[in-house]
Ligand binder design. Structure first.
Ligand code: DSN
Length: 432
């Protein structure tokens, strides 16, 4: 008889069971998290984890690639089709190596890259000074404009681009609740001869599900996305590009046409060794799911639910960054609204089974560990099956608890959260 995890390592087994219960009983509102599908978990737990496959399909450095080639080719073709890309690399291990591979492919140490300021919604890998990439390259940061309702200040983006002549202009955020005006970025990138790159990790699934605009429709050169957020796949990444068919065995000069080859070489052998073939199988499964009508309905509902929550907050006078949302996330300034920092708000909501994350707000005077706000979103709740009426209830509970602070009815709200999440338990099994 096969040994089970429970018998072999009961401590790890119990921790996994505990996490299963936490995910089942609570409401997950961290906008970068989701419930993946049971079929993806099956692929992740498969024998593909045993296999070394350095190289690319048909061009590997190890034998025995009959099935890995099939898996990776399916993932590549599905990604290209879904995002309308000429080329897809599916090997980057997650979001950070994904962006590092692009920078290292296009830039030399010391070169300039333009990205969004971290406190205005940019990501750690978009040049935060504490990151290795922030030290290796000269990152120039643009911001949002409070006088324009918190939208990106394109006057400033253009001015900075003309002054610093970046090699890459990067658009894409981890905490910006509005749509991205790709066309304006493209225009500025053309003016200074920069590569237009979008990191759509947060909204990759919403683009795949045709609920949000695709940067390739505005002529972007490179689009990166992680696969575990709105795409609902395993923790992995896609590097998508325009250009000619990749030939990773060849040395090529740097041209836009050669981006597929240059990007592939940057991932392997540039940055990584063996790809995680079980993850790539999981990505292929998630991409297949993302091409269905069901998924398109899901992507639309994520946006409907976010707008419904934002309306509740607006009616209650909550201070939201940019005043609302066009995508799946809402950023609340908890200091201004509830006189508590993001860490306190996160901890209080944890007690009632609602999981959010503390978040910096533009030009936050407070440090990232105790920032001025929280970030919340609808991808995971929507995956479970919650609709607009449900999420309106949740928004009301959040406001009640944070407004009451230490006087909040923790037990009462926790009971309501449990009842709502249990009523959508089936969604976890059938939809992922
Ligand atoms: N850490 C992710 C997020 O929460 O947005 C991005 O990598």
């Amino acid at each position: 008889m096969k040994n089970s995890l429970k018998q072999t390592d009961s401590e790890i087994w119990e921790a996994i069971k505990g996490e299963e219960k936490r995910e089942r009983d609570g409401l997950e509102l961290i906008p970068s998290e989701n419930y993946t599908y049971p079929e993806v978990l099956e692929a992740l737990g498969s024998v593909l984890t045993n296999k070394y496959a350095e190289g690319y399909p048909g061009k590997r450095y190890y034998g025995g690639q009959e099935f890995t080639d099939k898996v990776e080719t399916l993932a590549i073709e599905r990604a290209k089709e879904l995002f309308g890309a000429d080329h897809a690399n599916v090997q980057a291990l997650s979001g950070s190596p994904m962006n590092q591979a692009v920078y290292l492919a296009i830039c030399q140490p010391g070169d300039t890259i333009m990205g969004m300021d971290l406190s205005h919604g940019g990501h750690l890998t978009h040049g935060a000074p504490v990151s290795h990439m922030g030290k290796l390259f000269n990152f120039v940061r643009y911001k949002t404009n409070p006088d324009a309702g918190g939208a990106i200040d394109f006057g400033e983006v253009r001015k900075l681009a003309l002054k610093h002549r970046p090699k890459i202009i990067l658009c894409g955020y981890t905490s910006y609740p509005r749509t991205y005006d790709y066309a304006q970025f493209r225009k500025i990138a053309d003016e200074v001869g920069a590569i237009a790159m979008a990191d759509v990790s947060h909204i990759g699934g919403l683009i795949a599900g045709k609920a949000m605009r695709n940067p390739f429709d505005d002529g972007f050169d490179v689009v990166t996305t992680t696969t575990h957020k709105t795409l609902r796949g395993p923790r992995g990444a896609l590097i998508l590009s325009r250009g000619k068919v990749s030939n990773p065995m060849k040395q090529v000069e740097f041209t836009k046409e050669n981006l597929p080859t240059i990007l592939d070489k940057s991932v392997f052998p540039g940055l990584q060794g063996g790809p995680h073939m079980n993850t790539i199988a999981g990505i292929a499964v998630a991409l297949k799911k993302a091409s269905t009508d069901d998924f398109r309905a899901y992507a639309k509902q994520v946006l409907v639910n976010a707008k419904a929550m934002a309306q509740v907050f607006a009616d209650k006078g909550v201070d939201m960054v940019t005043g609302g949302t066009d995508n799946h996330m809402i950023v609340v300034n908890t200091i201004n609204t509830y006189s508590m920092d993001g860490k306190e708000a996160e901890t209080l909501l944890d007690k009632v089974g609602i999981t959010v994350n503390r978040q910096v707000v533009p030009d936050d005077p407070n440090p990232p560990f105790r920032p001025s706000g929280i970030r919340l979103g609808t991808p995971a709740m929507t995956a479970r099956g919650l609709g607009a009426d449900d999420v309106r209830l949740v928004a009301g509970w959040i406001d009640d608890v944070l407004r009451a602070g230490t006087g909040a009815d923790i037990e009462g709200v926790r009971g309501q959260v449990l009842e709502l999440s249990r009523s959508y338990e089936a969604g976890l099994k059938s939809r992922g």
